[in-house]
Write a protein of this length. Structure first.
Length: 585
């Protein structure tokens, strides 16, 4: 008999099941962060490689919806082309079937002790114990993630077991049996599968619920197969919602996901109906089991891929027909908030945009040095455009990284986020100083002022030193070159020394009547800008060293470099000789 207490038990089991699947997926995403970066970094235009990538990523994170949302985000950010996304989407559909195979372990039934040990209810308590111990007591974020995965899996399986126990009483309820007889109508089965999956936004969870219901014996293969087909359509809702407000190509990626599942379902549902009508195989009337549902789920997704992978280019053309090109060019999305759901990927995208910002900021200041030597309106316009761009980068990156820092990121990614948050401010200030130098150059031109030959020679030396520290900083940041980062601080010290010497030399020229007071103001402004730029370069380099040494104390890093590092002493002597300036006295 099925009563209110069974209903409550079913609700509790379903909640545990969905919660366990959610936290296990989150833990797997965080733990597999570097693997995801590596897999997605190997993407090429090869359809097969894209397919294998989608399969691998989804098998790891146990969610085709999460993979597809990531793909939409990548296409939206132009990290991935629409053509590359097709294979990944198809691979994700097969990768998600791994969950059903794990859940099929719950259907194991035997008196053999060894076989009993394979049943989840036998070993999940041990996994839960290990998981809670790691979560509560481990200091490493990686170990905590492993604990979360184990706890999630244990909760998932306990929820599955609770659902199975709760619905077992339905086996003797005629109304329930009649309900699943109605689902043998293939169209109705597809609609039910699509609706349930769309509501819970997870085909894996939907298949798990179907497996739990199969313990009643009322779920025949004739009812289960159309429901499984419908589940593939329902899971498209997540990606479709994710594409709202995205670029045209991102919308096309979600459309391809929908087309793939709808076309695959239509074709194989037609084949299923023909087979069941003509041959009437007895297995369709047999009660579905945990394992049988997992097998049907895998076979259906494999058949869909075999059917449509060769026709990927046709799907792409159809997507372009359904989502035509806009008349005006679309705004480029540099960082997509969809990727915040996968912190390792979001960190990687933030780093790439930060590198772009760094290169532009360095280019802007190098152009301002060029303007000192050979001014032109075109150079001035480009410097100001770069300054506007770096302001925008700082705003976009700062907002994005702040949101990212509130996510559950690994210790390694957290250190990277901290480094980037510090660095983007320094690069923005470098571009500001580039405009300051440009304005000083324009003031000299407007007033018809020229520096003396001695002052020009000294300024040229300072320019050369600053050019080198900027290039060292860019290399160390963009390439993650720790050795180059160690070269920045001694050169920054040399630039400080040059600034002091140039200021003193100017005072001597001023006393001798070689330079004017008006020239002195511009000279002082230029020296300050160059010295401040070297300070910002030092900040970036120290941040790289700090991340490597995990000190989280920039002042301590600088103090240690100057106090006991022979490399610092040797490089300081080298740069002092290379950029020597003669004292005017």
């Amino acid at each position: 008999m099925f009563d209110i207490f069974d209903v409550l038990a079913l609700i509790g089991g379903l909640c545990l099941f969905l919660f366990g699947m959610n936290i296990m997926g989150d833990g797997l995403e965080r733990r597999a962060g570097n693997s995801l970066k590596a897999l997605l970094g190997k993407l090429t235009n090869s359809r097969i490689k894209g397919f294998l990538t989608g399969l691998g990523v989804t098998a790891v994170i146990q969610s085709s919806s999460a993979t597809t949302v990531m793909v939409v985000g990548f296409v939206n950010s132009k990290v991935m082309t629409l053509r590359q996304s097709i294979g990944v989407i198809m691979g994700a559909n097969i990768g998600t079937t791994v969950t059903a195979w794990l859940l099929s372990l719950g259907g194991i039934s035997s008196d053999n002790v060894i076989v009993k040990l394979l049943k989840p209810t036998s070993f999940t308590p041990v996994l839960a114990l290990i998981g809670i111990a790691l979560t509560m007591f481990a200091k490493s974020s990686k170990k905590k993630d492993v604990g979360t995965i184990l706890l999630g899996f244990a909760t998932l399986m306990f929820g599955m077991d609770a659902m199975s126990d709760a619905v077992s009483g339905l086996a003797n309820v005629p109304e329930f049996q009649n309900l699943f007889l109605a689902f043998t109508n293939p169209i109705l089965g597809v609609l039910v599968g699509a609706f349930v999956t769309a509501v819970i936004q997870s085909s894996s969870a939907s298949v798990g619920i179907l497996q739990a219901l199969s313990v009643t014996g009322a779920v025949s293969y004739a009812a289960a197969i159309p429901i499984i087909m419908g589940q593939n359509i329902g899971t498209c809702v997540t990606a479709m919602l994710s594409s709202l407000g995205a670029t045209k190509n991102a919308k096309r990626a979600s459309i391809i996901h929908l087309l793939f599942n709808v076309l695959g379902t239509v074709v194989w549902l037609a084949v299923f109906c023909i087979i069941s009508a003509i041959f009437k195989p007895l297995i369709l009337n047999a009660s579905a089991s945990f394992l049988g549902i997992a097998i049907c789920h895998s076979i259906f997704n494999i058949l869909c891929t075999l059917l449509l992978l060769p026709a990927a280019s046709l799907l792409e053309k159809l997507a372009y027909k359904l989502v035509p090109e806009a008349k005006e060019p679309e705004k480029v999305v540099e960082l997509d908030e969809r990727l915040l759901a996968t912190p390792p990927i979001a960190v990687e995208q933030s780093y790439q945009l930060s590198c772009k910002m760094a290169s532009e900021a360095v280019e802007g200041f190098l152009l301002s040095i060029r303007a000192i030597r050979d001014y032109s309106p075109e150079i001035a316009e480009k410097i100001r455009k770069i300054e506007d761009d770096t302001d925008r980068y700082e705003d976009v990156l700062g907002t994005y990284l702040t949101k990212l820092s509130k996510s559950q990121v690994s210790d390694e990614d957290s250190a990277t986020v901290t480094k980037l948050l510090k660095a983007i401010g320094d690069f923005e200030r470098i571009s500001d100083h580039a405009v300051n130098v440009l304005e000083s150059v324009e003031e000299l031109r407007e007033k018809g002022i020229r520096f003396s030959d001695a002052a020009s020679a000294e300024l040229d030396t300072l320019c050369c030193a600053t050019e080198e520290i900027l290039r060292l900083t860019e290399t160390s940041f963009v390439k993650g070159d720790l050795a180059t980062a160690y070269d920045v601080e001694p050169l920054e010290q040399v630039i400080d020394d040059i600034k002091k010497l140039l200021r003193d030399n100017h005072i001597l020229r001023l006393r001798g009547g070689v330079c004017t007071v008006e020239t002195g103001f511009i000279w002082s402004d230029l020296l300050t800008d160059f010295e401040r730029v070297s300070d910002h370069c030092s900040n970036v380099a120290v941040g790289i060293i700090d991340e490597s040494e995990h000190t989280m104390n920039a002042h301590e890093v600088i103090r240690n470099l100057k106090a006991s590092d022979t490399h610092f002493t040797e490089k300081y002597a080298e740069y002092s000789s290379k950029y020597a300036v003669t004292n005017a006295q």
